[in-house]
Design a protein around this ligand. Sequence first.
Ligand code: FAD
Length: 311
Amino acid sequence: PFEVLVVGGGPAGAATAIYTARKGFRTGIAAERFGGQLHDTLGIENLPGTPYTEGPKLAGEIKRHVSDYDIDLMDLAKAVKLVPATEKGGLHTVELGNGASLQARSLILATGARWRNLGVPGEAEYRNKGVAYCPHCDGPLFKGKRIAVIGGGNSGVEAAIDLAKIVGHVTLIEYDVKLRADEVLQAKLRSLPNVEIVTSGQTTEITGKDGKVDGLVVKDRQSGTERRIALEGVFVQIGLVPNTEWLQGSGLELSPHGEIVTDEEGRTNLAGIFGAGDVTDVPYKQIVVAMGEGSKAGLSAFDYLIRTEPA
Ligand code: FAD
């Protein structure tokens, strides 16, 4: 068995493993796809010390860094079930999709999250070519341009307020008859001169030309009429889904959004099991945050292991 088993190989899981391996613990990583969301990211410009890099390049460098240590990296290993230890200091079990199971005294769960997609024609085709999901990451790419934000919940309205400072014009499109964001955010949004709000709007297509987004089609759900809006960017803000389906029924506490509930040291409600990165209820889903939370969880696991006798 491992002393530390990390489930997930994104920035959070990799940071954890580096920390625990450096403490001399026998560490393993089981990841469905090592690198995680970095593989879907083009330019990264907000990782301090690295003015510009690209997701797949950073993933490769993280992999090299991990392989400098005695870490057992199991890629293409999907966890399907968690069976927590039944006694203090006991072994936790993670069952994999291929039928194997792994055991460890401490677990760090870092299975990340995924942006909910609109699922309309053009979305996948123009991803990173005008279709974006992260305003903190990609906002500056649209300086002075016309964009749309899809989704009128808190994240959509916050994104629209944020982006309105950078871009030329924002059209916020909400499917429902009214926005669902907090009233204070809605009031702020309505006060901005370069924002148009469309309610009862169903985005039916994202269009493009020469490999880049050039507009979208929105249908008025009341009248059924369609209109085309010319623009250069579309931010999809209809939810971030944590990858916790495999944890259902394990006894691990999840938030109403399905995120792993952690305390300020990354501890979950189960002794010896920690969470880190986008999969947890820690706010702000960013690489630097995930790496920080991952290192924190690794240090918490260290603390747990040196204070807890094996059962
Ligand atoms: P993830 O990167 O999601 O990694 C999760 C890991 O868990 C993966 O290895 C995955 O395969 C694995 N996994 C999932 N389920 C299982 C399972 N059941 N069993 C085993 N393994 C599993 N952030 C920035 O700071 N700057 C940016 O410029 C930026 N741009 C972005 C652009 C895009 C298009 C996207 C999608 C995200 C962007 N982000 C950016 C956000 C950033 O990528 C995430 O915050 C970060 O990757 C989170 O790291 P993580 O390790 O928590 O999770």
